[in-house]
Ligand binder design. Structure first.
Ligand SMILES: *Cc1c(COP(=O)(O)O)cnc(C)c1O
Length: 773
């Protein structure tokens, strides 16, 4: 275990002479004896470096006359301000100079709010002063614990005997077998001690939302800006099903973003709702954009409902519920207030699936772009819909896998009565929750509370911006060097940004990081801008999230013009994977990487290096044996003797040839015909079963499973929809993908819901069996 530490920032080297300094050195020694590691600094800059890297800081002692600092107030003031930016409650003592005429009345007023006490080294004994610091540090460590985690620790420390489930009883049962013992020892006693049953009344109940669990949910609601927050232990998938199951019932209409997760569809199966899909825009890279403003305007929504044959059989013509993915996988987030205003005439309940976006509230860059930003403050008036936000807390905040939350902001128009929502909640919950998982949700919320939340997210944003600028600058240096082919990888982002203070555009790579970190307009998708390639957007409607970085490869532009040569991203990511770098997602000419709180400079430096190496290999037209040895070994006949450039060019020509792109376009412009509501389709599947059909046999059938292909990573076929005619858009598109996979073994398309016949390479899709005539 690492030790907690205390920052001691003083005017001179602690080893220097002087009675006062010597006394501070003794205080440090005393702290060390009592288990706190002293970290010395003799300037504001050194103190700053410790503050940036030391999360285990328990207290700080700062000399007011510390050298350094940037703002003219002096080093001590500078460090106090740095502390305030990250820590809300860290105990800070101001170290006063015994030799000078410093006195409290000459300190600025704000200082007394920033510190909890003053230390005149010579006025008390070192032991006494260290004792005060240690006491404050201990109180701080109690104080930072959120409600449930605090209660759980207290309970575990009490070591009671229990007579209830789980039967392993604090892990003892595992110790009775060699296999069990291996398990116990691997995870350690603490996991088993804290794995308690809900019979432990003192910790509260997840279903009744009371006791410390209820306190933890209320604390999370405060932190995330919700009226009410529910902890969910089976992933955001369950959160999505809960909200869907609560919001809409059998044969009512649900408005569903076509770019939705499977779990949303499962919610529709369970509720029996009739989905009417809304279609996102796409750009030349094939990336899915947001639902454009014109697609969510009341008239357009009404028209889509009117043309949907299933909606005709609904119990009422108005939708009860709409669900939108925010942000998209590629990091596109909405002006949620504008989206809610647009949806208001069409639905009383609006659900933002924010699986990848739980951090949005904690950085000013995302102001107004997350579900919980929609409330009476931002959207006054009776039309405001009730808003749900579901988040995979574990995906981009720090929680154990499966940890998720539902946040609710209820409107008078469709009030969410807790008792009723809780019925849906309990139906999808377990009566035996894992307490360490609950604690991780409690901790995830506490970590975001106060200034440190912004600090943590800002770090991820800052690293992402550094990487984004580094890629562009490297491209520029390559071009300027003139000694090698000019191309380099790009980043999907604006080429220039404008500081609203000056109104002058600057190149993205040259923009001050401070501007990019704080100015949302730098990241907005301006209507009509070439870099993003989406049509029909309005000012400020959609923003690119800096931490979701899409690398672009040569070959195609955002508006879809193809060039004579290209590097399909799948070749790049195969190379990266060989070097131990695994990306989040790969499309035709783009690949996505995420900058989460866990990213470090070492990690992205390695990626930059790999990109440079790939360029050198490409420019030298290296043999595939050298670049992708595993691939050549697996498919010697196909790739043996080939070169990197040759493979890229072959694949580029195949991708750029009309069929794949044209059929992809068609498949997204004309959604398949809905034949059965998802629930009915599911009933038929259970009674009649399904069969896997080759594309050649699949025409005119009802799909039983969701088919999602990348790009654009959104479903092309939903259960209950018709596969269409043999030369219809869907089967033509799947056929084109199948042909690609045959041509380029080892680079098969990412297609979920499609299985591949290992012998023939044929695509198979799951269709509902025809009922016997
Ligand atoms: C991952 C994801 C989910 C499901 O979340 P889990 O926590 O994995 O269950 C739901 N919606 C979207 C958009 C997702 O990306």
């Amino acid at each position: 275990m690492t030790r907690n530490s205390v920052l001691l920032a003083l005017r001179e080297n602690p080893l220097a002479g002087g009675v006062s300094t010597e006394q501070v050195r003794r205080i440090g020694k005393e702290l060390d004896n009592r288990g706190l590691e002293p970290r010395w600094a003799v300037s504001a800059e050194e103190a700053g470096a410790i503050l940036r890297t030391e999360a285990g800081l328990s207290a700080a002692v700062i000399a007011w006359d510390l050298p350094g600092g940037t703002d003219g107030e002096g080093g001590g003031a500078d460090v106090l301000r740095q502390i305030q930016r990250r820590w809300k409650r860290l105990p800070v003592f101001l170290l006063m100079n015994d030799d000078s005429d410093q006195d409290l009345e000459r300190l600025p007023l704000w200082v007394s709010e920033a510190v909890i006490g003053y230390v005149w080294p010579l006025e008390d004994t070192a032991t006494f002063i260290a004792g005060r610091i240690v006491t404050a540090a201990q109180a701080y460590h109690q104080d930072i614990l959120p409600p449930f985690f605090r209660a759980l620790r207290r309970f575990d420390d009490a070591h009671e005997y229990s007579w209830h489930t789980p039967a392993h009883s604090g892990g003892v049962a595992f110790l009775k077998s060699a296999t069990g013992r291996a398990f116990f020892e691997y995870f350690g006693e603490r996991l088993f001690r804290s794995d308690l049953s809900i019979s432990v009344g003192a910790l509260g109940s997840l279903f009744e939302h009371n006791g410390p669990i209820g306190d933890a949910e209320r604390n999370a609601a405060r932190v995330f800006g919700a009226d009410r927050t529910y902890f969910v232990l089976h992933g955001n998938s369950t959160a999505d099903r809960m909200v869907g199951h609560y919001s809409v019932t059998a044969d009512e209409i649900a408005l569903v973003d076509r770019n939705c997760h499977k779990s949303v569809l499962h919610g529709l199966v369970i509720s029996g709702a009739r989905p009417v899909y809304l279609v996102p825009t796409r750009n030349g890279y094939g990336l899915a954009g947001p639902l454009p403003p014109h697609a969510i305007a009341p008239g357009a929504v009404a028209a889509r409902v009117a043309e949907n044959p299933l909606a005709a059989g609904a119990v009422a013509p108005e939708a009860q519920y709409a669900v939108v993915t925010n942000s998209t996988y590629d990091g596109l987030c909405y002006d949620t207030v504008a989206a809610a205003r647009a949806f208001a005439p069409s639905t009383p309940r609006l659900h933002f699936d924010e699986a990848w976006f739980a951090y949005a509230r904690f950085h000013p860059l995302y102001a107004g772009r997350y579900g919980m930003a929609v409330g009476p403050d931002t959207l006054p008036g009776p039309e405001r819909p009730t808003v749900f936000s579901t988040q995979s807390t574990h995906k981009l905040l720090a929680a154990l896998s499966q940890g998720a939350m539902v946040h609710v902001r209820s409107s008078p128009r469709a009030p969410v009565e807790h008792e009723r929502f809780n019925e849906a909640y309990m139906m999808h919950g377990t009566t035996s929750p894992l307490y360490p998982a609950i604690a991780s949700l409690d901790v995830a919320a506490a970590m975001m509370d106060g200034p440190q939340g912004e600090w943590l997210i800002d770090e991820a944003v800052t690293e992402a911006i550094r990487f984004r600028q580094a890629v562009v600058r490297t491209g520029r240096r390559v071009a300027e060097a003139g000694d090698r082919p000019e191309w380099f990888f790009g980043v999907w982002q604006p080429d220039t940004v404008t500081d609203p203070a000056t109104g002058t555009p600057v190149a993205f790579a040259d923009a001050p990081a401070a501007l990019l970190r704080s100015e949302p307009s730098c990241w907005q998708l301006e209507p009509g801008a070439a870099w993003h390639g989406f049509e029909g957007l309005t000012e400020g409607y959609c923003m690119l999230d800096p931490i979701k970085v899409t690398l672009t490869c040569p070959g195609v532009s955002a508006s879809g013009e193809t060039s004579s040569w290209g590097i399909p991203a799948r070749v790049l990511t195969a190379y990266l994977a060989d070097r131990g770098i695994v990306v989040e997602k790969t499309d035709s000419y783009t690949t996505l990487i995420l900058f989460s709180m866990g990213i470090t400079k070492g990690k992205w430096g390695t990626l930059m290096d790999a990109l440079m190496d790939f360029k050198s290999l490409y420019d030298a037209d290296a043999p595939l044996e050298e670049v992708l040895p595993g691939l050549v070994e697996q498919y010697p006949l196909r790739y043996g003797g080939g070169t990197l450039r040759g493979l890229c060019q072959d694949m580029h020509e195949h991708l750029a040839s009309g069929e794949l792109i044209a059929s992809l376009d068609a498949a997204f412009q004309q959604l398949p015909e809905p034949v059965e509501p998802p629930q009915r389709c599911y009933q038929r599947l259970i009674r009649g079963g399904t069969e896997r059909l080759r594309l050649a046999e699949a025409a005119g059938r009802v799909a039983a499973a969701m088919v999602t292909v990348t790009p654009p990573g959104i479903p092309v076929l939903m259960p209950g929809e018709s596969t269409g005619t043999p030369d219809g858009p869907l089967l033509r598109y799947l056929g084109a993908l199948e042909a690609f996979d045959r041509e380029f073994p080892g680079f098969h398309s990412e297609a979920h819901g499609v299985s591949v016949d290992p012998e023939s390479g044929d695509y198979l899709i799951e269709c509902v069996r025809r009922s016997p005539a």
